[in-house]
Design a protein around this ligand. Structure first.
Ligand code: SF4
Ligand code: SF4
Length: 501
């Protein structure tokens, strides 16, 4: 496998299909992580992961401690939510979450008491090497860890030993190929030992023999720090740090696996089906804190960047902190005419205002001026069928045709053109000489398809309800008729001489 990687390095072509080299604008790469002060209010939405929303466990007026579970997971694909500090629950109601629609979700409002007292219920698991892997997995679930790279998939689900799909290799994803974002970069520079320990825990949990820490070559200080941390490791595990040529979207799971192992994860399959587990840097650090320190997930590192931010940088922020409060720490208070992005410019979401809390998937907060945004997104022109979008697509799709189908709401055709395999990386939009916002059409198409599915499900549920009702009415009618027949049979008088001659 490693041989494959070095062989790849010898070639000038991209190690995976498609891809681009955008201007990285990593202006915050040398900004050490600063601790963001506690805000006057913390707002915790009850869903900060992919999957089912949680149910609140607290009521207005309750006093909570930092790390106390305030909302319980519902269903399998779900993880609990914890109080980011000690204080009082003052409200539970709908509030805006980071989503382009500005939609709201039930949220728990906590007024900090300033003491920041921790709930000590969870104890450190010091002897994790001799602890049952199911107990470690449960710890990761209990601590509310969901992919901190932006995907927010509940992490414990991936940390499983499946005899049918044994994990041979754990890949730590230190690529961070989105422009502007440097939060993982800074974690690797400043917390390399904890990350390596987190990786050892992951390898132990899934039974992997080999670990690879993959970092793009534009982060030489992170590569150096991680190499030192790996060399310092005395556990004898096979962990290597690999430097990969910088290329977007290499941080995408399937592209990274292909770049390192040469293996392609088939469409509709998972990395585990090719014996690989990928884990994000921030998530691995959170696993370290959950197991070694007994800390649930209550904070994360966020990059605050963009040409409209006076003091760009990285901050350790409590979940639930308002974005407006965080921008203010970096000198930005007037948002008139600015574009605010949650996440990076390629895959992030444009937000309507900054009065939205930071959640588990908040990798970055960008604020871009109108000039910057206009330059990056000029007026759309007609497609000239140049094919550059297909060349850039890492999934080997034909984005121009796909966009046509989405624009015209030909959803079945869009599905035939593998709309749902698109990872929305935006590489096609980036290279398009006609400045067509292709990825917006894909999101629109997926949204329409989801709406159609919802309507079909609703119609199907109504049909089943109606069928069930008709069956019930018929059954009741039959039962009544049978009863009447029985009563008649019991009460019909017998003629005295009936049957006699
Ligand atoms: S890159 Fe743009 S102009 Fe060229 S084929 Fe694709 S959509 Fe059309
Ligand atoms: S956004 Fe979708 S279609 Fe465009 S390059 Fe990325 S994966 Fe391909």
């Amino acid at each position: 496998m490693i041989k494959h990687f070095f062989k790849k390095l010898g070639f000038s072509q991209a190690p995976f299909a498609g891809g681009i080299q955008p201007n990285m604008r990593k202006e915050t790469e040398h900004s050490p992580i600063e601790v963001c002060p506690l805000p006057p209010l913390l707002i915790m939405p009850i869903k900060q992961h992919i999957g089912q929303a949680c149910s609140p466990l607290v009521a207005v007026g309750d006093h909570v401690l930092r790390g106390q579970k305030i909302a319980k997971a519902e269903g399998y694909v779900s993880v609990p939510i914890h109080a980011p500090t000690s204080g009082q629950v003052i409200k539970i109601e709908d509030y805006a979450i980071p989503h382009p629609s500005g939609m709201g979700l039930t949220s728990i409002f906590i007024e900090p008491d300033g003491l920041d007292e921790r709930d000590e219920t969870l104890k450190p698991i010091e002897d994790w090497q001799h602890t049952d892997v199911s107990a470690l997995r449960e710890r990761v679930r209990m601590c509310g860890i969901a992919g901190l790279g932006g995907a927010a998939f509940p992490t414990f689900i991936k940390l499983v030993q499946d005899q049918r799909n044994p994990i041979e290799t754990v890949i730590l994803n230190g690529i961070e190929c989105e422009p502007f974002l440097t939060n993982d970069h800074r974690l690797m520079v400043e917390h390399s030992q904890e990350i390596v320990l987190g990786m050892q825990i992951i390898m132990h949990m899934v039974g992997a023999k080999q670990g690879i820490i993959a970092i793009e070559d534009n982060k030489s200080d992170a590569i150096e720090c991680m190499k030192k941390a790996v060399n310092h490791d005395d556990m004898g595990l096979d962990i290597q740090v690999l430097s990969l040529p910088t290329r977007y979207p290499q941080g995408s799971e399937k592209q990274l696996i292909e770049a390192i192992t040469g293996k392609q994860v088939p469409m509709g399959k998972l990395p585990m089906h090719v014996g690989v587990l990928c884990q994000n840097i921030g998530t691995t650090h959170a696993i370290y804190e959950a197991v070694i320190l007994g800390y649930p997930l209550t904070e994360r590192v966020v990059t605050i960047s963009g040409d409209a931010v006076p003091q760009q940088g990285n901050m350790l922020v409590r979940l639930g902190t308002s974005m407006r409060f965080i921008y203010a720490q970096r000198g930005l208070t007037d948002f008139d005419g600015l574009q605010i992005l949650h996440g990076g410019p390629m895959m992030g979401e444009r937000l309507r205002h900054p009065d939205i809390p930071v959640i588990k998937s908040s990798t970055g907060l960008l604020a871009l001026s109108q000039d910057f945004f206009r330059e990056a997104h000029p007026e759309e022109e007609p497609c000239i069928r140049c094919g550059h979008c297909s060349e850039a697509c890492p999934i080997r799709l034909t984005p121009n045709l796909l966009a046509d189908h989405c624009r015209n709401e030909q959803l079945e055709k869009a599905a035939d053109y593998h709309l749902f395999d698109c990872i929305e990386c935006g590489a096609c939009s980036y290279v398009c000489p006609s400045h067509i916002p292709l990825v917006h059409y894909f999101r629109f198409g997926k949204g329409q398809a989801a709406q159609v599915r919802r309507e079909q499900n609703f119609a199907e549920a109504s049909r089943q309800r109606s069928e069930f009702r008709d069956t019930r009415i018929q059954r009741e009618k039959d039962e009544k008729a049978a009863k009447r027949r029985k009563v008649r049979a019991t009460h019909t008088p017998t003629e005295p001489n009936q049957g006699k001659e």
